[in-house]
Structures are given as C-alpha cells and as structure tokens.
Design a binder for this molecule. Structure first.
Ligand SMILES: Nc1ncnc2c1ncn2[C@@H]1O[C@H](COP(=O)(O)OP(=O)(O)OP(=O)(O)O)[C@@H](O)[C@H]1O
Ligand SMILES: [Mg+2]
Length: 451
C-alpha cells in the first residue's frame, strides 16, 4: 500500500494526494450541509515542492494550487486508485447524484475505478459554485497551462458529450517522468516517424574546416542566446523565433554527426525524421504524423533533424508550374511547420542545387560540409584508431591520408574493416594490406578504382 511507505508519504506528491482527499471529503459533506465555511483551494497550505520528480514538475512549471490539485487528480487512478473511488462510494452512500462528480466509470474494459473528467476537477475545486466554475471552465477551455505544457491531456470518448465530460489524463511524458525522473523519449512508430539521434562521439572528435566550424558556432550561439536576444531587444515581434539551417555536402562528411553533437553539447534531444519515408509512405496520414512530431518537439524543445531533405524540394521541383508546386498540400504543411517552429531545425542533403528560392529564403544558414583535405583526413585517421591495437610498422597514416581522398564516413568504414581483420587474426595489428583492401572497397562503392 502506498500509505505504508514512509518515504513516499513524505513526498509532496503524497501530500497533494492528502489535500485532494480532504478537498473531496469537504465537497461531499458540503453537498449535504450547505452552511460549512467555504474551502478555497488557493488558501490551502501546500508543501514546498521537493526534489522528487513530481516536486520538480511543480517547480519547473511553477504550478498554482489549482494546477497542483488538477495534476494530482489526473494521477490518482494510476498512483492512488482508491482515492477517487471514495468519491463514488461516498456519493452513492449519501444518495447524491453522480452528475455532480462527473468521472468515467465502467466504460473502460480494464479499469474498474473512476477516471476523473473535467467535471470531477470542477467539483473538487469549486463544488457547485457557479461563478467559480465558469472561471475554471474558461481556464480549462482556453489556456490550460497543464495541457500547454504537456502535463495532462483531455480525452473525449464521445464527441457529443459536453466539454466537461472529457477525461483528464496525465500524459505519457508525465507518467514516464514521475516513474523514472527522466524525460520521455518516444520511439519510432508509424504514427511517430522520428527517432532520437545520439552519438557517443564528442565535440572534439568533429573535424571540419574553419569556415564550417564558424558557421556551426553560430548555431551554438543561437541555441544558447537566440531567444534571449529576440525577447530582450524587442525583436520577437518582428523576427520568427526559430532557426533553420541547411547542411549540404557529400555523404559521410559529418552532417548527421554534427546535428547529434549540437544536441549533446546543449543538452537537447535531437529527433531525426526521414523525409523520404514521411512523404512517400504515409500519404493522407502525413499531416497527422507530422503534427504529432512537431507538437511534441515544440513542447520539449527538441532539435529536429530532417535527413534526405531532397525528398522535400525534389518533389516540388518535379512539378510543372508554380501552381503545381505549391499545390502539394503535404509539402506546404511541412514547410509551414518548419517555418513556424520556435526551435532549431536542421535539414540535411547531398544536393543543394535542386532548391528553389522560396525554399532557400526560409533558412538562416547554409552550411557546406566539404570533403576533408589531406590534413583533416590525417586527423580523422588518427582519431578513429581503435584502442589497444597497434599499427603495423609499415603503415604510414600520413601517406595514406595524402594518397586517398576519402570522407570521414569512409575512413570510419576502413578502420572498422582493418580492425575486424586484426581481431580475426588475433594479433591485433592493423596491417597495411588491409588498409589498402578497405580503401579499395570504399572506392568501389563510388565506382572508382585506386589511384
Ligand atoms: N567531419 C567529421 N569529423 C569527424 N568524424 C566524421 C566526420 N565526418 C564523418 N565522420 C565519421 O563518419 C561517420 C558518418 O558521418 P555522418 O553520418 O555524419 O555523415 P553525413 O554527412 O551525415 O552523411 P550522409 O550524407 O550520407 O548522411 C560519423 O559518425 C563519424 O564517425
Ligand atoms: Mg547523414
């Protein structure tokens, strides 16, 4: 039982449950005895939020008394099932009509308790006081912070029922955070065609030419100070909040890696969306799925990384005339969301020339990822050498770097190959002939032969 755990009992979550319980008792008694002194949730002494996940939610989102009670009510069926059952039992035993209390019972197959609705929350917060209820209704209907901040959601089992019949549910993100103290990272599904992009590499592993680094630093600066600059200097009314960057350049030059590292360095999640997938496979569903990604992303300040962005402008340029081009509803929808996104969006492509003006105007920066020159290649070779393996005496990385034009991605592939051979032989020595074979394999991929 929850109540037997001292540590849990001491958390502000449990204390909010107790306040909720007291409020429920008060409301029910108040239905019978009208003359009781009014209990105003704002006057209740709430405990200072602690360091528990629930406490951190309260602090981060600066939740008010009303919001704390609403959130606790939404969490009750999951964390303290008996609490809301009381509401039904007491009401029934006192012959009071359940419509006061709202809530969904018996409608779900697998849950036997009461699921709170907006009605339930109104009852708990305002009893039958019409004026207070209208104020609260306005809050829930128009600018409910708990919904805007993705802490709860309203679910309508039947569209003809009144607004107040919507179930008040904690979001998946809230449940996950309370259970694990970590933010929820959704997985790739057909309705959520995005996956988190992570890298074990570090910023110092990134080898780029100076100009590219400078441009990447500008993005870093925007992540750190962009919003501050817009707000503090009154620019936010004139300038769109977000930042859109296009990374272009040959395969394996570090576009994806850079996107992942920008997130890692700034403690932001990066989600990768494969445009060719979204645009081609989910016709009809595209808008819904994209909305799903963008809404979550906005709430959680993700960096969005659109790989193979050519699918986007490729499709536009294939069309015959201007009218045709913009007629594609899905693309327009996506462009609009990209344009309105308040955070960082990175699009990556191998081909830049296909882009039209309407498209290019939407970007704050175009960053060219070039093939590395021989000094950069040498750094790439050195950086990717496996630990606890030795280079054979006749392997000269400098000469290899000078002689073979390879991208960072190809160099990683060659290293993987020579390491595998070394492990296979069990001598753990990286041999020259394997380097040559590995490099030849990379050349072959591009239809080239060794120089
Ligand atoms: N500039 C670089 N600095 C350090 N490592 C690099 C660099 N470029 C590529 N690599 C290595 O190659 C791997 C593949 O690179 P990445 O996936 O970032 O290339 P990309 O430009 O996104 O290619 P594509 O256009 O094919 O998507 C990286 O994970 C990294 O190990
Ligand atoms: Mg890539």
């Amino acid at each position: 039982m929850l109540t037997n755990h001292l540590e849990i009992k001491d958390t502000c979550l449990f204390q909010d449950f107790e306040i909720l319980q007291n409020l429920i008792n008060f409301r029910i008694n108040n239905l019978i005895q009208k003359d009781q002194k009014e209990l105003i949730p704002e006057n209740i002494n709430f405990t200072v939020p602690d360091d528990s996940p629930y406490g951190r939610i309260i602090q981060t989102h600066t939740l008010t008394a009303l919001e704390r009670i609403t959130l606790a009510t939404s969490l009750a069926p999951t964390l303290y099932p008996g609490l809301l059952d009381d509401l039904v039992i007491q009401c029934e035993s006192k012959n009071h009509i359940l419509s006061y209390v709202g809530g969904i019972t018996g409608n779900t197959k697998n849950y036997h308790g009461l699921i709170p609705t907006i009605e339930t929350v109104l009852f708990i917060l305002a009893g039958d006081d019409a004026i207070q209820r209208i104020g609260l209704l306005k809050y829930f209907h128009t600018n409910c912070k708990l919904v805007q901040h993705n802490l709860i959601e309203f679910f309508n089992p039947s569209p003809i029922d009144p607004f107040t019949s919507k179930a008040v549910l904690p979001t998946q993100e809230t449940i996950h955070f309370i259970a694990t103290a970590k933010s929820f990272k959704p997985e790739y599904t057909t309705s959520f065609p995005a996956s988190i992009l992570e890298s074990r590499q570090e910023w110092s592993d990134l080898i780029l030419n100076e100009k590219t680094i400078e441009e990447i630093e500008e993005i870093n600066a925007w992540i750190k100070h962009g919003k501050k600059v817009l707000y503090n200097y009154g620019l936010s009314k004139k300038i769109k909040l977000g930042y859109r960057a296009l990374f272009y350049g040959p395969p394996g030059t570090g576009k994806t890696l850079t996107a992942a590292l920008l997130g890692k360095a700034n403690n932001l999640d990066v989600y990768r969306i494969d445009l060719s997938m979204v645009v081609s496979k989910y016709i009809g569903e595209t808008e819904k799925n994209l909305a799903n990604i963008f809404n979550r992303a906005e709430r959680q300040n993700w960096i969005l990384f659109f790989d193979e962005a050519d699918a986007l402008f490729g499709k536009r340029t294939q069309a015959k005339d201007a009218h045709d081009r913009y007629a594609n509803q899905e693309i327009s929808y996506l462009l609009q969301r990209i344009e309105d996104y308040p955070g960082l969006i990175i699009l990556a492509t191998n081909l830049k020339n296909n882009m039209d003006d309407a498209f290019t105007r939407r970007f704050q920066s175009f960053i060219h990822f070039q093939m590395p020159d021989h000094t950069m290649r040498l750094d790439l070779w050195k950086n990717s050498l496996p630990i606890e393996m030795k280079l054979d005496e006749d392997v000269n990385l400098k000469t290899i770097a000078e002689n073979y034009e390879l991208s960072g991605g190809s160099i990683t592939n060659v290293i993987r190959y020579v390491s595998l051979m070394a492990v296979n032989r069990e001598d753990f020595i990286l041999r020259k002939e394997d380097f040559i074979k590995g490099i030849a394999k990379e050349y072959n991929k591009d239809g080239k032969t060794l120089p």
